[in-house]
Design a protein around this ligand. Structure first.
Ligand SMILES: [Zn+2]
Length: 242
């Protein structure tokens, strides 16, 4: 498809269904119903399709909670007052079960078509997770100064996710080091500023739907290029977060 990448779906070759435009004429309600069903189906399929694309890049995936279709809850999970609505894995087994196996991914999303997509970090990539305003300022500077940057996702206009090379999987385990910015899923909501997702953490990836219902998409889609060094990008992001 020609033109700019679709921010809704994320571009990057991630398959996205585009609703054709109809002149409804007198078909009225019936057409709307058909269109609504098709849109629902397309919304469901796009989660599985995106997860398969990530898996094909070697990025393990796991299904996540999502905003429920109806009711007054903000999360599809059964916890009362879920602390991180629509932004956590469906099971504590995510760390062991996250997979790049397409059959497994198809099975998971067949069971839960609307499941958001959880990507574990500290394996193939790490993620700097910053407030959206700081992320936008950093992207401006990166563009102006021609600094190296990799994939960047916008999560519901709330957070920007910068994907970088991981320090979580060194060839020699003695080279592993932790960092005071490291974020764990248990403390993520207590960390409003910069978060560094490395080992034992994860992010929610496009086109997942956050609890706010706003769009999530790629500002800079993954294109299979080598991921940037985290420490260089950290300087830029730290300046923007000050
Ligand atoms: Zn929940």
């Amino acid at each position: 498809m020609a033109g700019a990448p679709c921010l809704t779906c994320g571009g990057a070759g991630i398959i996205v269904y585009q609703e054709p435009t109809f002149d409804l004429g007198y078909w009225g309600a019936e057409m709307l119903a058909v269109s609504g069903n098709r849109r629902q189906r397309a919304a469901r399929d796009r989660m599985a399709a995106a997860a398969l694309e990530y898996a094909a890049m070697g990025w393990p995936c796991f299904p996540g909670a999502h905003p429920p279709a109806a009711g007054d809850r903000s999360c599809s999970c059964d916890r009362m007052g879920c602390p991180d609505p629509a932004a956590h894995p469906v099971s504590a087994a995510w760390a062991h079960q996250a997979s790049v196996d397409p059959d497994r991914i198809r099975r998971w999303w067949a069971e839960r078509p609307e499941a958001n997509i959880i990507l574990p970090t500290g394996r193939v990539f790490d993620v700097f997770d910053v407030p959206a305003a700081a992320g936008a300022a950093a992207l401006d500077r990166i563009g102006r100064e021609g600094l190296p940057v990799g994939p960047v996702a916008n999560l519901g206009d709330e957070r920007h996710l910068f994907f970088v090379a991981t320090r979580g999987a060194p060839a020699d385990e003695d080279e592993w080091w932790s960092c005071h910015l490291d974020t764990s899923p248990e403390t993520v909501t207590e960390t409003p500023g910069m978060r560094w997702h490395c080992r034992d953490s994860y992010v929610v990836a496009p086109p997942s739907v956050p609890a706010s219902g706003k769009e999530t998409g790629w500002l800079r889609p993954p294109q299979g290029e080598p991921l940037p060094d985290p420490l260089r990008l950290l300087e830029v992001l730290a300046d923007s977060c000050d």
